[in-house]
Design a protein around this ligand. Structure first.
Ligand code: SAH
Length: 350
C-alpha cells in the first residue's frame, strides 16, 4: 500500500478518511493540533488518541519532510538548502526583521520563464513542487521557531519558480497556511509574486483566500520588458495591468509592483516618469529593489545616486513606493539568487 504524505491533506480530506474509519470528527481536530500546533509528527506519541488510531495513522500516512542539507546565516536571514525525497534540492529563506518571521518559499525546482536577470532562470524547469514539499519548507522552519516560542508570521511566494505556474499546489498550500487548523496565517500576510500569467491572475481573484499580489514588472514599457521577461510577449503590460486592477478591485488591496533597478537599463529618469504614468492614480505600491548581481548576466546593479533619483521622481509624481533592502545577499539568499545548489552540484564555481 502506498502511503499518503500527511502534509498534502486538508481538514476536509482527513474528515473523510476518519469517517471511513468510524472515528468521530473531533479526532481530526486533535490530530491536526498535534501536527500544526505542537509539532509532533510521530502518531505513536499523540497521547490523547486511542492506541489503535495512532497505529492506523502511522501505517496509513507518511510524515516525511524535506531534509536540511545546509544552513547559512547572515543579516538576520537564514538560507536553508533542502533535499526532497527524489534527491532534488530547493532553497527556502527565513527573514527575521521587525518582529516578523517571514519565509520566502520555493514552488518549483528551477523555473521555465528564463527572466534575463534571475539566477533561477538559469536552471530551467526541472519539476513542480508537490503540496507537501511546499508545506514541508514551512514546517521545517516552523519547527526551529517553536523552540524559541516563535512562529512564522508572513509567507512570500518569492523563492524559486513561478507560483502561478504551479497553481493547484500553491492554492492548496495557501489553504493550509491560512486555516486556523493549519498555520493560522492571515491572508494579508501571504503574498504571491508573479512574473505575470494573466489568466491565472483572474483565477486567483476568484479564490476563497484573497492573498496579496506582487507583480514583477521591472520595466515601464513592452519594448524594455520584452528584453528581460520573455513571457511579456504573450502577456504584454497593458493586459497585465488590467488583470492587476481587476485583482485590486476584487480584493480591495493594493498591488505591489516589483522593480529591480539595473544600471543604465531601466533606471533612468525617463523610465521613472513612464512608470509613474502607468501607475498614476491606481491602487499600486512600487518596491524598488537594487538588482542582486548574478554573474552570468551582463548587467550591473544601479548606483545609489540613480536609485535615489528614481525614487525622487516616483515621490514627486505621487506614486507610493519603498526602497527595499535586499536581505541575504551575502549568503546568496537575496531575491532571485537562489540556485546555489544546482550550479554548485554541477561543479560550476559560484
Ligand atoms: N516567479 C515569481 C517569483 C520568484 S522571483 C516572480 O517572477 O515574481 C521573486 C522576485 O525576485 C521577482 O520580483 C523577481 O523578478 C526578483 N528577482 C529575480 N532575480 C533577481 C535579482 N537578481 N535581483 C533582485 N531581484 C530579483
Amino acid at each position: 500500500m502506498s502511503t499518503k504524505n500527511i502534509f498534502s491533506l486538508n481538514k476536509e480530506n482527513l474528515l473523510e478518511i476518519f469517517k471511513g474509519w468510524n472515528e468521530l470528527s473531533y479526532r481530526v481536530d486533535q490530530f491536526l493540533n498535534w501536527i500544526y500546533k505542537k509539532g509532533e509528527w510521530d502518531p505513536v506519541k499523540m497521547s490523547n488518541l486511542p492506541m489503535n488510531l495512532r497505529n492506523k495513522l502511522k501505517e496509513f500516512f507518511s510524515f516525511d519532510l524535506p531534509h536540511v542539507v545546509d544552513k547559512k546565516d547572515a543579516d538576520n536571514t537564514i538560507k536553508y538548502l533542502l533535499q526532497l525525497s527524489d534527491g532534488e534540492n530547493i532553497e527556502t529563506v527565513l527573514i527575521r526583521h521587525h518582529n516578523r518571521n517571514t519565509i520566502c518559499i520555493s514552488v518549483q525546482v528551477g523555473c521555465s520563464f528564463s527572466c534575463k536577470f534571475c539566477a533561477t532562470g538559469l536552471i530551467g524547469l526541472k519539476r513542480n513542487l508537490k503540496v507537501e514539499e511546499i508545506i514541508g519548507q514551512a514546517l521545517t522552519i516552523q519547527k526551529e521557531l517553536w523552540n524559541e516560542g516563535e512562529r512564522i508570521s508572513n509567507i512570500v511566494f518569492m523563492g524559486m519558480g513561478e507560483p502561478l505556474a504551479n497553481y493547484d499546489a500553491v492554492i492548496r498550500s495557501i489553504e493550509i497556511f491560512n486555516s486556523d487548523w493549519g498555520f493560522g496565517i492571515g491572508s494579508k500576510h501571504i503574498t504571491i509574486s508573479t512574473v505575470g500569467i494573466v489568466p491565472r491572475i483572474y483565477d486567483l481573484a476568484n479564490e476563497k483566500v484573497k492573498v496579496r499580489l506582487a507583480i514583477s514588472l521591472h520595466a515601464p514599457d513592452n519594448e524594455f520588458r520584452n528584453q528581460i521577461i520573455p513571457i511579456n510577449k504573450k502577456y504584454p503590460i497593458e493586459e497585465l495591468l488590467e488583470s492587476a486592477w481587476f485583482y485590486a478591485s476584487v480584493t480591495k488591496r493594493r498591488i505591489t509592483f516589483e522593480y529591480v533597478l539595473i544600471k543604465d537599463f531601466n533606471d533612468r529618469i525617463e523610465h521613472a516618469n513612464k512608470l509613474s504614468i502607468l501607475l498614476k492614480g491606481k491602487p499600486a505600491h512600487v518596491n524598488l529593489i537594487s538588482w542582486n548581481k548574478v554573474k552570468e548576466y551582463p548587467w550591473e546593479p544601479s548606483d545609489i545616486y540613480s536609485i535615489r533619483k528614481f525614487k525622487e521622481i516616483l515621490d514627486k509624481n505621487g506614486i507610493n513606493n519603498t526602497l527595499r533592502i535586499s536581505y541575504g545577499c551575502k549568503i546568496r539568499a537575496g531575491c532571485g539568487q537562489l540556485r546555489a545548489t544546482y550550479l554548485g552540484m554541477r561543479g560550476i564555481e559560484l
